[in-house]
Ligand binder design. Structure first.
Ligand SMILES: Cc1cc2nc3c(=O)[nH]c(=O)nc-3n(C[C@H](O)[C@H](O)[C@H](O)COP(=O)(O)OP(=O)(O)OC[C@H]3O[C@@H](n4cnc5c(N)ncnc54)[C@H](O)[C@@H]3O)c2cc1C
Length: 448
């Protein structure tokens, strides 16, 4: 959408949302439905490759596995010795990252993993409902495909573990079952699998991104949301407990409420207001190729390698890999090769003739894999909708709904305590990140 002069109303909306990725757009959608005037600001154009919502695999299913687990830290740290591992935690002296790792370790306690998994499942169940409703309503959303998802296991041990955990997932409402080999053949007749077994998640679906994001943004402008692209927020004005203004490279804004939904950049923005978010970017890759004839027809998760294979029309996208190394989006050929090798190990006969795109994105990750959905305790009008991690496409629809309920003052349809910004316990003092340097309150329109 081309830049255009900003109107007076976009400068003083009821709600200003920072970030035009999935999180920001879903907030805007539900806020506008509730009757608020809404402005969304994004540093880039909606659908720009920098946003994590641009190039992901778009998998949305009920159920969810948190990043943290009893052995995740040890596993990640050993990646120094196994550079091809799916999870890489390179050594660091960065205190914020060390602090986050400490919280990741705590979030790996079995009771917390279980709690996160069931909350994620509930959030995703509600998001799927929203996506299904949109599909049958008048809104143009052809980019959501509701079909089951095959979870493929390479080794007998991993498959046995998955089977063992199956009753618990089913009890939590996940529509998961064992897929017998002949059922897999009927479902995926073109594709040869070299695996020990598979489960089938009947409640799965996927979004085609970035098309879905772009069409959601178009719908928002039709609904009357002011979408201001190529506009970077670079300062705030504070008065007491209120953030009264925002400074951007395209002018000043004075909204009643502010929602920070800037993905992996939310932490840097919030710190300008002395709000600390336990958030780290976790880099992932997608590789989009021309779809070969023997590609799967539906979405397949290669569980041990944590790679998703997603077909759409004449394209096939592989997505995965997790590297915790700050805001680095460079492409490592070795890690691309790891993703391709994982695909080849599971689907040995499949070959594509053409690579269309290699992309990296930064997942905005919290240690317990639950998003931040809540008010910043020090302010009356600052809200955060960030930290949707590796499940953002599945968590942001309901996240936006909850944010609209919070701002509208109606009782939220879910308890928001698990998503509070200040839910993490204090770390040992030697690990605490140095406090942000006190910043003089910047008047709106002040020096850049
Ligand atoms: C390889 C990979 C595969 C994935 N696969 C899936 C999947 O299959 N299913 C799933 O559910 N999730 C998946 N995800 C996760 C999902 O992509 C993210 O959780 C989601 O996109 C996060 O959305 P967001 O809106 O919070 O952040 P983003 O999409 O990154 O949006 C943040 C926006 O804020 C803007 N911004 C930042 N700073 C400023 C500023 N100062 N002023 C103005 N604007 C600003 C940015 O320009 C950006 O547009 C995957 C991620 C990766 C990397």
């Amino acid at each position: 959408m081309p830049d255009r002069p900003l109107t007076g109303s976009s400068h003083e909306p009821d709600v200003l949302v920072i970030g035009g990725g999935a999180a920001g757009l879903w907030c805007a959608y539900f806020l506008r439905l509730a009757g608020h005037t809404v402005t969304v600001l994004d540093r880039d154009a909606v659908g720009d490759p920098v946003a994590c919502s641009y190039g992901n695999t778009g998998f949305v299913a009920n159920g969810g596995v948190p990043l943290a687990g009893p052995a995740v830290l040890r596993h990640g740290m050993l990646s120094v010795l196994r550079p091809d591992d799916r999870l890489a935690l390179p050594p660091t002296l960065d205190r914020r990252r060390l602090h986050w790792l400490w919280q990741l370790h705590r979030a790996g306690r079995p009771e917390q993993v279980q709690r996160s998994a069931s909350l994620m499942a509930e959030l995703k169940r509600r998001s799927l409902e929203i996506l299904h409703e949109l599909r049958v309503s008048d809104l143009p959303h052809p980019d959501f495909t509701a079909a089951g998802v095959v979870q493929a296991y390479k080794t007998a041990e991993a498959f046995a573990r998955a089977r063992q955990a199956l009753p618990r997932a089913v009890a939590a409402g996940v529509r998961l079952r064992v897929l017998e080999p002949d059922e897999l053949r009927a479902l995926e007749p073109d594709t040869e699998f070299d695996i020990a077994g598979a489960l089938y998640n009947e409640g799965g679906g996927f979004l085609r991104v970035p098309d879905f994001i772009v069409s959601l943004a178009r719908t928002l402008t039709e609904m009357g949301v002011d979408l201001v692209e190529n506009c970077t927020v670079d300062g705030f004005e504070v008065s007491g407990r209120a953030v009264v203004g925002l400074r951007t490279d395209r002018g000043e804004f004075r909204p009643r409420e502010i929602v920070v939904a800037a993905g992996s950049w939310s932490d840097t923005l919030a710190r300008q207001l002395d709000v600390d978010l336990e958030l780290q970017p976790v880099k992932g890759y997608t590789i989009t190729v021309r779809r070969p004839d023997n590609a799967p027809r539906g979405l397949v998760l290669l569980v041990e390698g944590t790679v998703a294979v997603r077909p759409f029309n004449d394209q096939l996208r592989y997505g995965g890999d997790m590297v915790l190394a700050g805001m680095d989006t460079s492409i490592s050929r070795r890690r691309v090769a790891r993703v391709l090798r994982t695909v080849h190990d599971h689907l040995p006969a499949m070959r594509s003739t053409e690579t269309l795109q290699v992309w990296t994105g930064l997942r905005p990750c919290t240690p317990d894999s639950l998003p931040f959905i809540g008010r910043a305790p020090a302010y009356d009008n600052l809200i955060v909708a960030a930290g949707h991690g590796h499940n953002g496409m599945g968590l942001t629809p309901v996240g936006g709904q909850l944010i609209a309920q919070l701002i509208g003052g109606s009782p939220p349809s879910m308890d928001l305590a698990p998503f509070r910004l200040d839910r993490y316990t204090a770390p040992p003092s030697w690990l605490r990140p140095r406090p942000a340097k006190p910043r003089p309150a910047q008047p709106v329109g002040g020096p850049r």
